[in-house]
Write a protein that binds this ligand. Structure first.
Ligand SMILES: [Zn+2]
Length: 412
């Protein structure tokens, strides 16, 4: 480098791009004498915790202040989350407690003006983080025949939709047929997947419909997220050119908080299925001991590419319910869903070993916060009474956190 000799603008411009400068400058002795950091040494330093890079999946410009206000309102963090803009539509966010971190990273998609926040953990080792490029969502695969309702098939099907984060072996029965839920990271450069074909050797393929829950806006013409068809090209399309219609969006009756639907449980609130970097397991484990089998994990976290996680990567989030009252705007609480960042825990090993090919256990029981309190009172009064209440509606369970989620949705 630095062979050029002309830096013409150097005399007048106060700010020049460093890369541009370096192309033209001849660096001298001390300027080339690097400060070298041994990897070992760096590893000993305390980590910069709960830092993430963020970007909004949109073509439009927006003000950071407006984004910050919207997200803070949606997250309702215990401690203010700091934002630092790196460049237009690339920023770094820092949380200051594990609860906030888990919520932000795992309870999405978070929407700003209908567009998704894409966030990735960032280790702080560069001035500019890589721009996140995945949207993590819940999706549903509909009408899988009973024979194929196992986690292995489900994972393979899910891998046709996106990078698989987790699959839920529980079937959700609805008037219009059954579905299974998956947590996937979508590549915003690819059109949304509408169907996944499943073929038994020698038979015709069955096309299983995919539906998406709480989605950022998407284009009915090209199938990409982040704009509408009216903003796509000229925006003038015939009906038959709109191939990615609203029928791809899941009926919210089956997932929206506050309606009868599948149960919810927050990964973030439940023993930290997802950890901040360097998190040492925190609140996990232990507290689950007395719960019914229903409440044990039903989720299979999967690494990208659809392979099963090893125990170190897998996440467990099924151990706790304590924060149900305090949940966020995600479509549902997210059991056992993990970011890539999490590391530890024996409990997770248990999860992983349980994972493959298991017959889906019955849906877990959901207990509303008020019911929970009542039960605790009753338990104190008379142990016998408790058993009557043991199985409220094992198929369909009321979702939690109506109020909190309503509020969040408004905020978005
Ligand atoms: Zn489009």
């Amino acid at each position: 480098m630095a062979s050029g000799s002309k830096v013409r603008s150097g005399k007048t411009e106060k700010y020049l791009d460093v890369d541009e400068l370096l192309k033209n400058l001849n660096l001298h002795g001390e300027e080339l004498n690097e400060v070298v950091l041994a990897k070992e040494e760096v590893r000993r330093w305390p980590e910069v915790k709960w830092l993430a890079a963020g970007t909004i999946l949109t073509r439009k410009s927006f003000s950071m202040q407006s984004l910050k206000n919207t997200l803070q309102a949606a997250w309702n963090p215990a401690q203010e989350v700091k934002f630092h803009e790196i460049e237009p539509n690339l920023f770094v966010m820092q949380a200051f407690c594990l609860g906030d971190w888990n919520r932000i990273m795992d309870n999405g998609p978070w929407l700003f003006r209908g567009c998704a926040l894409m966030a990735e953990a960032f280790d702080g080792a560069a001035v500019k983080p890589p721009t996140p490029n995945r949207v993590q969502v819940w999706a549903q695969i509909h009408k899988i025949p009973p024979l194929f309702r196992n986690n292995e098939v489900l994972s393979q099907l899910a891998s046709r939709v996106g990078d698989v984060v987790a699959v839920d072996g529980n079937v959700v029965q609805t008037r219009n047929g059954a579905f299974h839920r998956i947590r996937v990271k979508l590549n915003p450069a690819k059109p949304l997947t509408r169907f996944v074909p499943l073929t038994m050797e020698g038979s015709d393929p069955m096309f299983l419909q995919v539906k998406y829950e709480k989605m950022p806006k998407h284009c009915e013409h090209c199938g990409l997220m982040g704009h509408t068809y009216l903003e796509c090209g000229t925006g003038e399309y015939e009906e038959n050119q709109l191939q990615f219609g609203q029928w791809m969006i899941a009926e919210d009756i089956y997932w929206k908080p506050g309606t009868p639907g599948i149960r919810t449980r927050s990964a973030a609130s439940e023993g930290g299925s997802v950890r901040g970097r360097g998190q040492k397991g925190g609140r996990g484990g232990g507290r689950f001991a007395g719960r019914s089998a229903h409440n044990q994990r039903k989720w299979v976290p999967i690494p990208s590419g659809g392979k099963k996680r090893n125990s170190g990567e897998a996440g467990l989030g099924m151990d706790r319910e304590e924060d149900l009252e305090d949940s966020t705007s995600s479509p549902l609480k997210q059991p056992g869903v993990t970011g890539q960042a999490e590391k530890d825990s024996g409990a997770r090993k248990k999860l992983d070993m349980n994972a493959g090919g298991e017959i889906p256990p019955p849906p877990p029981e959901y207990i509303t916060p008020s019911e929970k309190k009542k039960r605790m009172r009753r338990a104190a009064d008379a142990a016998s009474e408790k058993s009557d209440k043991g199985s409220v509606n094992s198929d369909m369970v009321i979702t939690a956190d109506v109020a909190a989620s309503e509020e969040d949705r408004r905020a978005q």
